[in-house]
Design a protein around this ligand. Structure first.
Ligand SMILES: Cc1ncc(C[n+]2csc(CCOP(=O)(O)OP(=O)(O)O)c2C)c(N)n1
Length: 279
C-alpha cells in the first residue's frame, strides 16, 4: 500500500475519496450548482463518517442544467425524464424503503412539467428528499421563464415581459401536506445543514434552493434581502405562521421591499406513504 493511501486510511479519507465521479463538470464558470454539489458532497461525507455506506443512498434527477449533478455524484440512481423524477423516487422508495433517496430537480422540472407529481409527493409523504434547484428559468434550453419567474422578466420568448404572477411553491407545499418544507440559498453550509435536518426527518422533505443562473437569471443580491427563520424565532411546527412567512417573498428579488425567509418553514412528522402501504 502506498504511503498516501495508508495516511488516508488512518484519517478515514479513503472512504470519502469516491463520493465524486471523475466526470468534469460542464456547468458555466461561477454557476451556483457547484455550491449544491459541494453541499451534498459534504453531507454525504458526514453521513459516511457517521457509519452509513454509499450503498445506503441513491439519487434521482430530472433533465436540465441541475440534472448534470447526477454525473458528478458517485452514487447509484436514475437520471430520469424531465418532470418525472418524483415518480421515479417514489418507485425506488416503494421497492426498497430503507434506501435514502435524494432527488435533484429544476424549477421547470418540479414546478412545470412535474407539478402534479410534486403535489402528490407532498400529499403521500413519501420518505424521500427533494432538492429543487430554483434558478427561476428553464436554463438548459436558454432561459425561458418558468412558473417562478418574476413578472416583467424579458427573454426572446417573452419580449414584452412576463405578464403572469409567479407561483409560490412554499405555500403550495404547505397546502399539499408536505411534512418538511425548507428554503435555502445556494451556499455550501446552508445546503449541508438543511440536508442534515432533512435526513433526520422521517417523511417527504421539500428543499428549495435559490440558485441564481449566472447567464439567464443572475444574482441580484438575494443575500441582502434574506434572513434566517430560526434566528427570527419562527415556530416551524405552526403551519399558519409558516404560510405567513412564505407570503413574504413573491419571487421578485428586484423589489427593494422584499424579504426572503430562509430555513425550515414547517416540520411535523406523520405516517409516510411507505408505512401506510405496509398496514
Ligand atoms: C418532456 C420534456 N419537455 C421538454 C424538454 C426540453 N428540456 C430539456 S431541459 C429543459 C429545461 C430545464 O429547466 P429546469 O428544469 O428549470 O432546469 P435547469 O436547466 O434550469 O437546471 C427543457 C424544457 C424535455 N427534455 N422533456
Amino acid at each position: 500500500m502506498k504511503k498516501q493511501e495508508k495516511n488516508n486510511k488512518k484519517s478515514g479519507k479513503e472512504k470519502l475519496a469516491n463520493v465524486r465521479t471523475t466526470a468534469i463538470p460542464t456547468w458555466c464558470p461561477g454557476c451556483f450548482n457547484f455550491m449544491i454539489l459541494a453541499g451534498f458532497e459534504r453531507f454525504l461525507q458526514e453521513q459516511i463518517k457517521l457509519g452509513k455506506k454509499k450503498e445506503d443512498f441513491a439519487i434521482v434527477s430530472g433533465i436540465g442544467c441541475h440534472a448534470k449533478i447526477f454525473d458528478y455524484i458517485n452514487l447509484p440512481g436514475i437520471n430520469s425524464l424531465h418532470g418525472r423524477g418524483i415518480p421515479t423516487a417514489i418507485g425506488m422508495k416503494l421497492a426498497k424503503p430503507e434506501l435514502n433517496v435524494f432527488e435533484f430537480a429544476g424549477d421547470g422540472d418540479a414546478y412545470a412539467e412535474g407539478m402534479e407529481h410534486l403535489i402528490h409527493a407532498a400529499r403521500y409523504n413519501s420518505n424521500f428528499k427533494l432538492v429543487v434547484h430554483n434558478n427561476q428559468v428553464f436554463a438548459l434550453t436558454v432561459g425561458e421563464p418558468s412558473p417562478v419567474t418574476e413578472e416583467g422578466f424579458k427573454d426572446k420568448t417573452n419580449p414584452m415581459g412576463v405578464k403572469l404572477k409567479p407561483l409560490n411553491p412554499i405555500k403550495l407545499m404547505l397546502a399539499s401536506g408536505a411534512s418538511f418544507v425548507a428554503r435555502v440559498f445556494a451556499d455550501v453550509n446552508q445546503i449541508q445543514q438543511v440536508l442534515n435536518e432533512a435526513q433526520k426527518h422521517k417523511g417527504f422533505a421539500f428543499i428549495e434552493v435559490l440558485q441564481p443562473c449566472v447567464i439567464f437569471h443572475p444574482d441580484t443580491n438575494y443575500k441582502a434581502h434574506a434572513y434566517n427563520l430560526q434566528e427570527a424565532k419562527h415556530d416551524k411546527t405552526n403551519i399558519k405562521a409558516a404560510m405567513e412567512r412564505a407570503e413574504e417573498f413573491d419571487y421578485d428579488v428586484l423589489k427593494s421591499s422584499t424579504k426572503i425567509p430562509l430555513g425550515i418553514f414547517y416540520q411535523k412528522e406523520r405516517a409516510t406513504f411507505e408505512d401506510i402501504l405496509k398496514r
